[in-house]
Design a protein around this ligand. Structure first.
Ligand code: B12
Ligand code: SF4
Length: 512
């Protein structure tokens, strides 16, 4: 069969495409797990943000797919509907399959007959998609394939649940990067790729989709496979590698073995980015930080979530961000940040502000922590992604004030608290974060001088969009700039000039 796999063009405030265009790991993994006789092309539409329609038209013309698969996050739902409608208009008989976090956790959003989806793959997709394509090719019924919802006449039928794959037995084959039809994956001008070393997590933070997506489990790829995978990415031009594991620091001894293996394989000259919990990093301290630095780690995304204990309890993120000693329980965020930064690593600070009990002072305390202790802020608001415990809690308490999923991008405040309006929290974050980002420019310049020289004005224009000369000289209120910024961001969400087949925009805004 001829297969085209797409990820959506919608990007996130803290990873602007001028500087950061990371491949979607799912697409290459799905391509690598199909039987080799299929013709597969994969395309991350984030690489073609300003020409989404033309790019899809070209890909449809070149690939002539029998099947198109789309990987979708919740905030990309509306774009995905437009993409599907455009694809159908170009090839009415093409089969459409959707997968990823949103179709897995909110399948009801994908079964409307007006969308014309043929199948929804739930959870891990590699094996399910392989079996689905085999069955479609052989014209066999789909009901025996676990992990699926499929269209049967005017109805959708659900098959049995598929357990998460064990990763040590070779069931999940390596990704197929050669299937990429577009190029230009870069971070600050350097080629970037993603590599998985494990999947899953055994924590249960209330805001995270992972537990509902795959259950509480943790599986590891053999380290030799990971090293081969990094080598493959390097040989295809990557100079930075993002380890996209859900929680690599869950098994910190193995993470240390991986660092050693990277050094032994001579792959430590690449730059690595990784996401981790603060508690194990703080506990392992200097030896781990020094080892990470030797292995080439540059940016560490820390899931700090919040520096206040009551907020951590609400987010169910206390265990991964604290340690107990004779003096009681202490937050490990600062210890982790300090040890990493002392060893020359850069901290991306993941924080969540605007929780239901937050007052102005609690938001300000977190923003101040970010200002003083992190290199790049990655501050978000609590967002009710489908299937998370936090979403159920917010729904029960009637705290969701905006039910437009395309605004669930993490930096739009869509829930209200007991003391603060969502817009006020968003304003506080927006106002503080812009200057934190500017402060990172000299560090970025030292590492990638040409890129920063050529692009700094565009990067600043992105960070400060909404500003004018008048506002720079203090002749306009910050609130006015903020409103302009929000209007710009709202326009930016229209990535594709094609009608949404299910236009919900008129009916879905809920007043608080
Ligand atoms: C790495 C990562 C990132 C990276 C890289 C993103 C990228 N380009 O891939 C960065 C840091 C940039 C990022 C950013 C964001 N992310 Co993110 N990210 C992750 C993370 C940690 C791992 C995703 C991954 O690559 N996994 C490895 C691949 C192989 O697995 P997978 O994506 O699950 O794909 C499998 C299945 O889902 C399925 N599948 C997926 N697509 C398809 C398509 C088809 C056709 C089929 C059949 C199957 C299928 O099969 C795949 C293989 O088994 C997850 C999960 C987590 N623990 O937090 C969050 C997660 C996916 N991110 C999330 C979000 C919300 C975001 C942001 C909006 C904000 C944020 N929280 O940071 C931005 C937006 C990104 C953008 N487009 O601009 C949410 C999504 C929730 C939702 N319901 O939409 C998650 C689940 C985290 C959470 N909050 O719970 N993210
Ligand atoms: S530790 Fe990370 S991956 Fe695990 S549940 Fe919490 S946020 Fe999700």
């Amino acid at each position: 069969m001829r297969i085209l796999l797409l990820s959506m063009p919608d990007s996130f405030e803290h990873t602007p495409t001028i500087a950061i265009r990371i491949p979607n790991g799912a697409l290459a993994s799905l391509a690598g797990n199909l039987d080799p006789h299929h013709h597969v092309a994969i395309a991350d539409l984030v690489l073609a943000q300003s020409s989404v329609r033309q790019t899809i038209e070209q890909l449809m013309d070149q690939v002539r797919p029998d099947l198109v698969g789309l990987s979708v996050m919740t905030f990309q739902r509306a774009t995905a509907r437009r993409v599907i409608a455009l694809i159908r208009s170009l090839k009415p008989d093409v089969r459409i399959v959707v997968g990823g976090y949103d179709p897995s956790l909110a399948p009801e959003a994908w079964t409307h007959p007006g969308l014309g989806i043929d199948a929804i793959v739930r959870g891990e997709g590699d094996v399910t998609f392989r079996e689905l394509v085999r069955a479609m090719e052989d014209r066999r019924p789909l009901c025996d394939i676990a992990g699926l919802l499929f269209r049967d006449g005017s109805q959708f039928r659900q098959t049995t649940h598929r357990e998460a794959a064990k990763l040590d037995g070779g069931d999940i084959r390596p990704p197929n990067r050669a299937a990429r039809a577009l190029s230009g994956y870069t971070m600050m001008g350097r080629g970037i790729d993603v590599v998985e070393t494990s999947r899953g997590c055994t924590f249960d933070c209330s805001f995270c989709s992972i537990i509902e997506m795959r259950g509480r489990n943790f599986h590891r790829f053999p380290i030799e496979r990971v090293i081969d995978d990094i080598r493959d990415a390097r040989d295809r031009g990557a100079r930075s590698i993002f380890l996209v594991d859900d929680n690599i620091t869950l098994d910190v001894e193995r993470f240390e073995s991986l660092c050693h293996a990277i050094i032994e394989a001579g792959l430590h000259r690449l730059d690595y980015l990784v996401q981790g919990m603060t508690a194990p990093i703080a506990a392992r301290g200097a030896p781990l930080a020094a080892l990470m630095r030797r292995a080439g780690f540059r940016y560490v995304f820390l899931g700090i979530e919040n520096v206040l204990d009551e907020d951590l309890v609400f987010l169910k993120a206390r265990a991964k961000n604290s340690r107990t000693s004779t003096a009681g329980r202490t937050n490990t965020a600062l210890a982790a940040v300090n040890v990493l930064r002392r060893h020359g690593l850069l901290v991306v600070g993941g924080l969540i502000v605007g929780n239901p009990g937050d007052r102005r002072e609690s938001v300000a305390a977190n923003l101040e922590f970010a200002r003083r202790h992190v290199d790049w802020p990655y501050i978000q608001h609590p967002t009710p992604y489908p299937g998370t415990p936090m979403t159920r809690d917010f729904e029960r308490r009637g705290l969701i004030v905006n039910s437009q999923p395309d605004e669930y991008d993490g930096t739009t405040a869509v829930t209200r608290g007991e003391h603060l309006d969502p817009e006020e929290v968003e304003f506080m974050r927006w106002k503080a974060e812009r200057w934190m980002k500017v402060r990172h420019m000299p560090v970025a310049f030292r590492h990638d001088p040409w890129f920063v020289m050529r692009n700094s004005s565009r990067m600043l224009a992105h960070t400060f969009r909404g500003s004018t000369w008048r506002s720079l000289f203090g002749l306009e209120k910050d609130r006015d700039v903020f409103q302009r910024y929000r209007a710009i961001r709202s326009r930016e969400r229209q990535y594709l000039d094609w009608p949404d087949p299910l236009d919900f925009s008129q009916q879905s805004r809920v007043d608080s």
